[in-house]
Write a protein that binds this ligand. Sequence first.
Ligand SMILES: Nc1ncnc2c1ncn2[C@@H]1O[C@H](COP(=O)(O)OP(=O)(O)O)[C@@H](O)[C@H]1O
Ligand SMILES: [Mg+2]
Length: 161
Amino acid sequence: MATQDTLDFISHSARQTGQFGAQLGGLLAPGDLILLDGSVGAGKTTMAQGIARGLGIGEPVISPSFTIVREYVGRLPLYHIDLYRLAPGSALESIGIEDYLYGDGAVVIEWPDRADALLPAEHLQVRLRVTGDTQRSIRMVPVGTRTGQLLEEFRRQALGG
Ligand SMILES: Nc1ncnc2c1ncn2[C@@H]1O[C@H](COP(=O)(O)OP(=O)(O)O)[C@@H](O)[C@H]1O
Ligand SMILES: [Mg+2]
C-alpha cells in the first residue's frame, strides 16, 4: 500500500545499497527505528552495514542471526536486531527488545514481522526486493511525523531534488 510519502528507487549494486544506507545512517537520531523487510539475499544486512557506516561505526557489522541483537557505538549507539531465527511464540520481552526500542540509540530490525505487536507505531519501513542479479528495488514508507521528516531529508540528500 503506497502512501503519498512513499519513496521508490533502484539500487544497481551492493555498494550502492550500502551508500543509501550510509546516507540514511547519517540522518538518524536517538529513538529512530528502521524496519528492513525482504527475502533472504534482498540486501537487508548490506543496508544495515551502510547505516552503521553512516553513524560513524568503524567496526564491521555482521549478520546477527545467531545472537539476535548486536550493539555498536558510533555517533550514537546502533542496535542491529535480526529476528530471522526467533522461534515462533518465543517471548521477545526476554531479549529486552523494549530497552533497545526506547533507548538512547537507533534501531535497525531485519525480519520485523516477527515482532509486529511489540514495535512502536513510529518507524521507517524499508522494503527490498530482488529485481536482478545486482539490482534491488527499494521502497521506503515512513510511518509517523518524525520518520516523514527523516525520509524527506534522505530523499533530498540521497536522490537529489
Ligand atoms: N543492489 C544490491 N543491493 C544489495 N545487495 C546486493 C545487490 N546486488 C547484489 N547484492 C548481493 O546480495 C546479497 C545480499 O545479502 P544480505 O545483505 O545479507 O541480504 P539479507 O540480509 O536481506 O539476507 C549480498 O551477497 C550482496 O552482495
Ligand atoms: Mg540479513
